[in-house]
Ligand binder design. Structure first.
Ligand SMILES: [Zn+2]
Length: 102
């Protein structure tokens, strides 16, 4: 691998951080100080973005009652709670059907 190939890989690499770095890339950044510097900047930015997103998500609070509504909808989405439409009047439908139909 040369520097141009490394730059192409760096720009096109999958964003998912669990994707392994190919051996050819490791070999090149171990020999080339400039590409090694670019790689460290790029991975540092990834880590900074991950930390910023984690911080942003930690500070978010769910609207009041949303968690309970989701839990209830998941509970009634289980197969034992699903009835054919003609078996129940509208007011007796599980909450998730009411929410989905409105
Ligand atoms: Zn290089």
């Amino acid at each position: 691998m040369n520097c141009k190939e490394f730059e192409h890989w760096l720009c096109a690499r999958p964003f998912h951080k669990n994707t392994p770095v190919p051996d050819a890339v490791c070999d090149h950044i171990n020999l080339c100080t400039e590409c090694n510097r670019l790689f460290r900047i790029d991975t540092g930015l990834d880590a900074a973005m991950d930390a910023a997103m984690a911080t942003a998500l930690e500070s978010e609070t769910l609207p009041h009652g949303l968690y309970e509504k989701i839990e209830l909808n998941l509970k009634y989405a289980q197969p034992e709670h699903i009835q054919p439409d003609h078996a129940q009047p509208d007011h007796a439908k599980p909450p998730y059907l009411f929410l989905l139909s409105n």
